[in-house]
Write a protein that binds this ligand. Structure first.
Ligand SMILES: Cc1cc2nc3c(=O)[nH]c(=O)nc-3n(C[C@H](O)[C@H](O)[C@H](O)COP(=O)(O)O)c2cc1C
Length: 325
């Protein structure tokens, strides 16, 4: 399938794997790229630019297809060495970057000069327009249903995507709640040129996470996520578990007095033990409502082939039938 997104990134299918902390290692990115999508290494999961450079080199050994790196600019206690990460990306010959969080303007000149295509992930039309204005090549429009940080506007994709289509000139992908061929066709119908998936890619054979994480996603329904850190205006959609119950109880009792320190035990530095060791109740971890649509753990290639076959069949059969009637 050819869209402005497949053309922009030189990929076969208009499917991107969003950056995911402690999931987006070389194994994940390479599996998605080898299956014809765009896989992304999560930059900040590598604790230094040197380690990111090694991860990029490792990914290159696993695929000769295009892959990218996610660079997340979120409020954090110690500011990461962003210039170092950008240099590792450029020196590593990576040609696609997904930025997320704060405005990436500062890093665009260096990336563009090196021929890197930048897709900025945002949760509102105004941020998408800003990304377009500062020169991003594309945007990933992340609806309220998404796993991770949905922002504070709470606009779901059935509204957000057509609104983005009304305003944007650059191509965009639909992100949040995407799982299958139906999602892809709907995204295209609403004006997107492809889709970005997070949670769905965790429940795959190649995702380098503990089996408990995959099992938890398959077991979860669309009712099992919760929004945490709302009072700090750093909202995150996570899977409900014992730690999240504790965290929400603190939010309820402390109200406006809540600080990050109050909930640090549930959110700070918990990913390695959850994703690698499978300690599912240790803390809050991002997960989308789309868990309700995830019922199996296929290989990434099986997943992507299935999505594309289903999308083609919906377009040529189901939708064509309505068109003919
Ligand atoms: C476990 C997990 C970790 C994530 N970590 C990041 C991250 O570090 N940076 C980022 O930009 N997005 C992150 N995301 C968001 C995804 O890239 C993607 O935008 C989101 O998952 C899309 O929604 P979906 O889960 O409904 O597909 C994460 C998502 C999940 C599920």
């Amino acid at each position: 399938m050819k869209t402005r997104i497949t053309e922009l990134f030189g990929i076969q299918h208009p499917i991107i794997q969003g950056g995911m902390h402690y999931v987006g290692f070389a194994e994940m990115a390479a599996a998605v790229s080898n299956a014809g999508g765009l896989g992304l290494i999560t930059g900040l999961t590598q604790r230094s630019p040197e380690l990111l450079a090694k991860e990029i080199a490792r990914c290159r050994e696993m695929t000769n297809k295009p892959f990218g790196v996610n660079l997340t600019f979120l409020p954090s206690v110690n500011t990461p060495d962003y210039p170092g990460y950008v240099k590792a990306i450029i020196d590593g010959g990576v040609k696609a970057v997904e930025t997320a969080g704060n405005n990436p303007q500062k890093w665009l000149p260096a990336l563009k000069e090196a021929g890197v295509k930048v897709i900025h992930k945002c949760t509102s039309v105004r941020h998408a327009l800003k990304a377009e204005a500062i020169g991003c090549d594309a945007v990933s429009v992340d609806g309220f249903e998404c796993g991770g940080h949905p922002g504070e506007d709470d606009v779901p994709n059935f509204i957000l995507l057509p609104r983005a289509a009304e305003e944007l000139k650059i191509p965009f992908v639909a992100s949040g709640g995407m799982a299958d061929g139906r999602s892809l066709v709907a995204a295209l119908a609403l004006g997107a040129d492809g889709m970005n998936m997070g949670t769905r890619f965790i429940a795959t054979k190649e995702a380098p996470v503990h089996q408990n994480v995959k099992d938890a996603i398959v077991a979860a329904s669309e009712l099992d996520t919760r929004l945490v850190m709302r009072p700090l205006r750093n909202t995150e959609r996570v899977l409900k578990n014992a730690a999240v119950d504790r965290l929400l109880e603190k939010e309820r009792t402390l109200g406006a007095a809540l600080t990050f320190e109050d909930i640090a035990a549930e959110v700070a530095g918990v990913y390695p033990r959850i994703m690698k060791e499978g300690e599912m109740d240790l803390g809050a971890w991002s997960c989308g409502m789309v868990a309700g649509l995830i019922h199996d753990v296929p290989t990434v290639k099986e997943l992507i082939d299935r999505i594309m076959a289903e999308a083609h069949s919906i377009i040529s059969q189901r939708l064509a039938r309505f068109d003919a009637a």
